[in-house]
Design a protein around this ligand. Structure first.
Ligand code: SAH
Length: 243
């Protein structure tokens, strides 16, 4: 049986790949966090849908694996790319704990938030960039600080995932302060909220302004490097072709 781990892209169905839609269509059972199965409700009418709350990731993977072992073709869906802060790795880990099964895992990539946010803002990621999550649920904060510091020192454009939550309201500010040790306060930055979903909102601003801004967890943030510019209101890191 097949167990697919499918990235749905940022939100609207038109930003899902053709392959992802094809695979979802072919499956009997869809497993995912409710917000994501709701986004594709039109595609999964009549299918068995298994949802679990947030923070029940391991349980959700066991359910998906067991459904596949029981003979179903299963799609485990998640937002963006399922292999980028997604469930793809956990599915492979959990399946390896089961013996004598005939389940094959296939990962179907999707448009990750870094790509979709960059497209809304302009073209900030045309050069080397680093993606850093500000969530310290699974990574110690000191390690996140070190990555922010070294990535900005090395001149990477930085894309931040999980920039905030109720418990971490000041993390974006802290992150900006670390980056400001290596980059000027006027460095162009941007953020996009609810990409390809209802209420999409974006803003281009300086690093100093970003440090004073509250964003929510449905936001992706881009911090430019020393070459990033604002051109006609859009965030652009020149690739260097015109030098
Ligand atoms: N697998 C996902 C990332 C999951 S981590 C992907 O590849 O995109 C969750 C974080 O991703 C959020 O906190 C936010 O920073 C970012 N994100 C995912 N979807 C988003 C969207 N539609 N709009 C804005 N940010 C999004």
């Amino acid at each position: 049986m097949k167990l697919y781990v499918v990235g749905l892209g940022p939100g609207e169905v038109s930003q899902m790949t053709g392959k992802a839609a094809e695979v979802i269509e072919s499956c009997d059972t869809i497993v995912g966090y409710g917000v994501y199965t709701d986004l594709i409700s039109d595609l999964i009418k009549g299918k068995e849908v298994i949802t679990t709350p947030m923070k029940k990731e391991v349980d959700r993977c066991h359910m998906a694996v067991q459904a596949a072992i029981a003979g179903k073709n299963v799609a485990m869906v998640s937002s963006g790319d399922a292999g980028i802060y997604g469930m793809a790795g956990l599915i492979i880990e959990v399946l390896s704990e089961y013996e004598n099964h005939n389940v094959e895992v296939e990962v179907i990539p999707g448009i990750t938030a870094a790509s979709s946010a960059a497209a809304v803002l302009g073209a900030p990621l045309t050069h080397d960039f680093a993606v850093i999550s500000l969530s310290d649920l699974l990574t110690p904060w000191e390690r996140i600080e070190k990555r922010l510091s070294l990535a900005s020192e090395a001149g990477f454009i930085i894309c931040l995932y999980n920039p905030s939550s109720k418990k971490r309201a000041d993390y974006l500010k802290k992150a900006c302060e670390i980056v400001m040790k290596n980059l000027p306060e006027e460095t162009p930055c941007g953020f996009v909220q609810n990409i390809a979903r209802e209420g999409q909102k974006s803003r281009v601003l300086t690093l100093k302004e970003l440090a004073e801004t509250q964003v929510d967890m449905f936001t992706t943030v881009v911090i430019g490097n020393e070459t990033t510019k604002i051109i006609d209101g859009r965030l652009v890191t020149p690739r260097g072709y015109r030098k």
